[in-house]
Write a protein that binds this ligand. Structure first.
Ligand code: HPA
Length: 323
């Protein structure tokens, strides 16, 4: 309990008080970003999470996948699966957003062992960024070397269509401009350096493989490459904000991925990331209607089969050519 709460408790003097219970539960995933009194995860805490998984599955994947909004179906493709709800894993945050199951799925995708996060943690849920990205470190200590990060995003580049798949070639860490980073605070060198480089975050070789696989699976006509920005959400962007992002060279806008990629690069993981463009960003003032979560999920469902095939072939190729 935070020191400031003690006085409150003794004032009320009754621990069965409902208000008090609610206030004491606030560390359970609804705490506000950097104002939280939560301690950052230590190396040992992350290790405990990963040891928990290692002790309960014989799979030893080197590829990790983070499934974005509506893309959790990817985890359903795995065979010989071992499922670990986030609540079960020691020290793990828990997910609250609709459309996200919260569990680690470990199994085989086309005979290649992989570990999937089915459901992720977002800044708009109230998590600090270091908490959003903590599972990446768990994957690292679990033995993952290559991370595929997927997301749903709005297409800002006017040549993009709904249903396109954009490979990230770079990102803009908008939160970093305000001094907010998943790496803020003490740095544990066992994870990575104090000042990690972020150029070449999106591995060129993996992107080349992804482009070739897109050709082979006939989805190259939907394949784009571009710059992603994460905003905190949960509100979608205003027209003026989108015009600004356009000036900055942004191609797609989402609410995730960047903290996870920063933490992944910090601990030396090789990263590939792609966005499913689920809606077109509205950059005109005289447009009726607006972005909505239902459209995002609908588009993800429409593209599910294509994405499943793409990711399966991608994993096969990475396993043969890179691992
Ligand atoms: N903006 C931000 N995040 C999103 C969007 C969007 O238009 N679509 C899906 N995620």
């Amino acid at each position: 309990m935070a020191p400031g709460r003690k006085a409150y408790v003794s004032l009320i003097g009754d621990s069965s008080n409902e208000l008090l219970k609610e206030s004491n539960n606030s560390s359970n995933g609804s705490e506000n970003s950097e104002s939280t009194n939560d301690k950052h995860y230590t190396f040992e805490m992350v290790d405990e999470s990963s040891q928990y998984l290692l002790a309960r599955t014989h799979h030893r994947p080197r590829i990790g996948i983070i499934c974005g909004s509506g893309l959790g179906g990817l985890a359903e493709l795995l065979t010989n699966r071992h499922l670990f709800p986030y609540e079960e894993i020691p020290n793990f945050p828990t997910s609250t957003v609709h459309g996200h199951v919260g569990r680690m799925v470990i199994g085989l995708l086309s005979n290649v062992p992989v570990i999937c996060m089915q459901g992720r943690f977002h800044m708009y849920e109230g998590y600090p960024l270091w908490k959003c990205a903590m599972p990446v470190r768990v994957m690292k200590l679990f033995g993952v070397t290559h991370l595929i990060v997927t997301n749903a995003a709005g297409g800002l580049n006017p040549s993009f269509n709904v249903g396109d798949i954009m490979l990230l070639k770079d990102h803009i860490n908008m939160q970093g401009f305000a001094g907010v980073s998943p790496l803020t605070g003490n740095n544990d060198e066992r994870f990575g350096p104090r000042f990690p480089a972020m150029n070449n975050s999106y591995d060129k070789q993996l992107r080349e493989i992804a482009k070739r696989v897109a050709q082979e699976t006939g989805i190259d006509r939907y394949m784009r490459e571009g710059v992603y920005v994460m905003l905190g959400g949960p509100s979608y962007e205003t027209v003026a904000e989108l015009k600004l992002l356009n000036l900055l060279g942004v191609d797609a806008v989402g609410m995730s991925t960047v903290p996870e990629v920063i933490v992944a690069r910090h601990c030396g993981l090789t990263v590939l990331s792609f966005s499913l463009i689920t809606n077109q960003c509205i950059t005109e003032y005289d447009f009726d209607g607006g972005a909505n979560h239902e459209e995002v999920i609908e588009t993800a469902n429409l593209r599910q089969n294509d994405l499943n095939l793409f990711v399966t072939r991608l994993i096969e190729s990475i396993s043969v050519e890179v691992l």
